[in-house]
Design a protein around this ligand. Sequence first.
Ligand SMILES: C[S@@+](CC[C@H](N)C(=O)[O-])C[C@H]1O[C@@H](n2cnc3c(N)ncnc32)[C@H](O)[C@@H]1O
Length: 216
Amino acid sequence: MASDLESCRYVPVTSSSAILGDARHLGGLIEPASIDAVITSPPYPNEKDYSRTTRLEAVLLGFMSTQKDLKQHKQQFVRSNTRTVYKTDTDDRWAADFPRVQQLADTIEQRRIELGKTSGFERLYSRVVRLYFGGMARHLEALKPFLRPGAQLAYVVGDQASYFRVMIRTGEILAEIAETLGYTVLGIDLFRTRFSTATKENLREEVVLLRWDGER
Ligand SMILES: C[S@@+](CC[C@H](N)C(=O)[O-])C[C@H]1O[C@@H](n2cnc3c(N)ncnc32)[C@H](O)[C@@H]1O
């Protein structure tokens, strides 16, 4: 990080600001109709607990010091793993109208039953999938009032097969959800592939490109 910062030292800068918040509730954080572009790498359902990657920095920088702080921080996350699911979570309701998400979650649950897997985490796999896509739908809906018509969006997401090897086509499903919510899907670009040792297949990491033309 220090050497990255050093390399930027003499680059002319534009103003920037960092906002700490939950991308599913943007009210009060950003001016309405002020965003021209969104470029982001959101979570995807890969069983990764993102709070772990930055826990040390979060403590050192004083953002959290107790278990309660950690829980509050994790509750701001789009659900993408079984370690960050709470009884009170309701984002799955946002996925109820997407048959593809429901079918996928049902397939995972069916596979669990066939394999006789009964651990608490395994029982949560299908719920994580519903919560994940529901959370992303909620984010895309919450974002609309803050976008300028014509705004372009790029979401980097990866396909996954962490749940009993059932293939989750994250980019494709996200594009379908966005389209249903009124976004125009400009395309899904292949960014790179990653070899999955579980399925012996190349998993696609993609950029979902969207445009927001305003409410029709
Ligand atoms: C795939 S990682 C991307 C990491 C990023 N590219 C970086 O280099 O730090 C997904 C990130 O989304 C963040 N995230 C999860 N839920 C969020 C939410 N509801 N609002 C904002 N960010 C969220 C996670 O904390 C994690 O850092």
